[in-house]
Ligand binder design. Structure first.
Ligand code: ATP
Ligand code: AMO
Length: 472
């Protein structure tokens, strides 16, 4: 026998064939002295292997050997594929292997450090989300780039950088590819993205901060409005959620069995609210907030909840000719619409999309036009009101997953903004110089991959979505 057959490929089509299979010993059960059952697992698939005493083939000793294997050992078995008359419980494959030979390739310690059932499974979603991100952007004409992680200064301001010695000179680990992805746009790449590590020397020991995480960064030329960047966010994420739900159903179910969660509610076209509207919603709900200050964890969550529950308010204005203008506001309640449709003999199913359009009912939305004072120096102020900026954050279940903005592309103004934000202009002079040879208007955003998966799966801790978490 030269080739191994995969456990997932063991089907009735192989009945009576001789196969060689490698897997982990997931479960071992002896029945008396003459028989043992061994469930072998390879990737997500399992098969039941039967070791029974047979003259000239299987000895009692071999049955004892099989029964004594430790769980999770790596094992090869050789044998015949058979189809039992009753369905097999406890294995994915509906055939058995009647074992002739067993080889233990590498044994596991008899006591495992954790229960297999407790192992995090979201790595599949992480890799799938990355793949969708890359495919979507490539299909939209973005170029994948790789920028240095050893850089001279901080790109996001603040003290949260890992400092190191770069052959006698001070340097740090990149807090984001921000400055370099913009320099690529100045170099006429048009549209770029990067998938890479991001380092933050965070002090916050929270459920959503890591010191090293996977950043998904996008930067693109824009023609006239930062909404062009938000349009990409919108289509990218709706595609990502749809594809994850469709292609990772089995993995999501496995995560849900361990940590039960409700599927994410999102709209076909992502809801956009201005920061001012968000503040108003909070105020209306009796929450004290500074209209030009940042939201905190609590107010972000509260706003997420308000957005989910909010019903659309439709303003109806009557303008009867020659008469006094009467105006009125009417709240359109989806339940009332449903009732009216039924009363009029309409099949509600046929108008459900229409009725749903009267709800926000989403756990994924964009909040834009943030106050300028709480955004990084490279953010473009709003043209009509410099207290605000052409920037946005994106939320899943009331927590931030993305920051983005239009950038300042005029070098003199960029210098002015850096100074105003207390940044030593010398440390960003190469970056500012790259704008002196004709820089197109542009914008972009940065996504924290582990946060996306954590929130999509309704997990309560970012460490569950990182294969090797680096936390404070
Ligand atoms: P960004 O770096 O873009 O702001 P972020 O999600 O890391 O993204 P932070 O600025 O670190 O956001 O924090 C956002 C909010 O989270 C803060 O306004 C603060 O209220 C809250 N927050 C941060 N760290 C902690 C902490 N250790 N404990 C409680 N709340 C925190
Ligand atoms: P920001 O600093 O908001 O923006 O980071 C972008 C996104 O990265 C994620 N994130 C984190 N994830 C895990 N652990 C952390 N410590 C952590 N800090 C941030 C969040 C956040 O939304 N240059 C800008 C982006 C841009 O404008 O293009 C930036 O870095 O999901």
């Amino acid at each position: 026998l030269r080739d191994w057959t995969e456990v997932g490929a063991l089907t009735e089509a192989l009945k009576d064939q001789h196969v060689l299979v490698r897997g982990r010993a997931q479960a071992i059960r002896a029945v008396g002295k003459n028989m043992a059952f061994l469930v072998l697992r390879e990737r997500g698939f399992t098969v039941q292997c039967v070791v029974t005493v047979q003259p000239d083939a299987v000895s009692r000793q071999m049955v004892r050997y099989a029964a004594g294997l430790s769980r999770e050992s790596i094992v090869d078995v050789e044998g015949l594929v058979s189809v039992p008359s009753v369905p097999i419980k406890g294995a994915t494959q509906q055939v058995e292997v009647q074992v002739h030979k067993i080889f233990c390739i590498n044994k596991a310690m008899p006591t495992l450090p954790i229960n297999i059932e407790d192992a995090a499974r979201s790595e599949v979603e992480i890799e799938k989300a990355l793949q969708i991100f890359r495919q979507f952007l490539l299909s939209e004409g973005f170029v994948e780039i790789h920028t240095p992680k050893l850089i001279a200064g901080s790109s996001e301001g603040g003290a949260a950088v890992f400092k190191l010695d770069y052959k006698g000179q001070p340097a740090c680990l990149a807090q984001s590819p921000q400055l370099h992805k913009q320099m690529a746009i100045c170099g006429d790449f048009g549209r770029v993205f990067e998938i890479g590590p991001v380092f933050r020397a965070e002090d916050s020991f929270t459920h959503r901060h890591l010191c090293e995480f996977t950043g998904l960064d996008v930067e693109m030329e824009i023609k006239k409005h930062y909404f062009e960047v938000m349009d990409i966010v919108d289509r990218l994420f709706v595609t990502m959620f749809d594809t994850l739900n469709e292609n990772c159903a089995k993995e999501l179910e496995a995560v849900g069995r361990q940590y039960p969660f409700e599927p994410l509610k999102y709209l076909r076209s992502t809801l956009r609210l201005t920061f001012e509207e968000g503040i108003q919603m909070l105020k209306d709900a009796g929450v004290e907030v500074d209209p030009l200050g940042d939201l905190n964890t609590e107010t972000e969550r509260k706003l997420g909840q308000l957005v989910l529950e909010k019903l659309l308010l439709i303003l109806i204005i009557y303008v009867p000719l020659g008469e006094e203008i009467i105006s009125g506001a009417q709240r359109v309640v989806p339940e009332f619409l449903t009732e009216r449709a039924q009363a009029c003999g309409i099949d509600v199913k046929t108008v459900s999309t229409y009725i749903d359009s009267f709800r926000y009912g989403t756990e994924f939305y964009i909040l834009h036009r943030y106050p300028l004072g709480i955004r990084p120096f490279y953010t473009m102020p709003s043209y009509d009101n410099p207290s605000y900026s052409n920037s946005f954050d994106v939320f899943i279940r009331g927590e931030e997953i993305i920051s983005g903005a239009q950038r300042v592309h005029v070098p003199e103004f960029l210098t002015e903004r850096a100074q105003a934000c207390g940044i030593d202009v010398k440390t960003v002079s190469t970056y500012i110089d790259s704008f002196r040879y004709g820089a197109p208007p542009h914008g972009g955003f940065g996504v924290g991959l582990e946060r996306v998966v954590m929130l999509f799966c309704g997990l309560n801790n970012i460490r569950k979505t990182s294969l090797f978490p680096r936390d404070p």
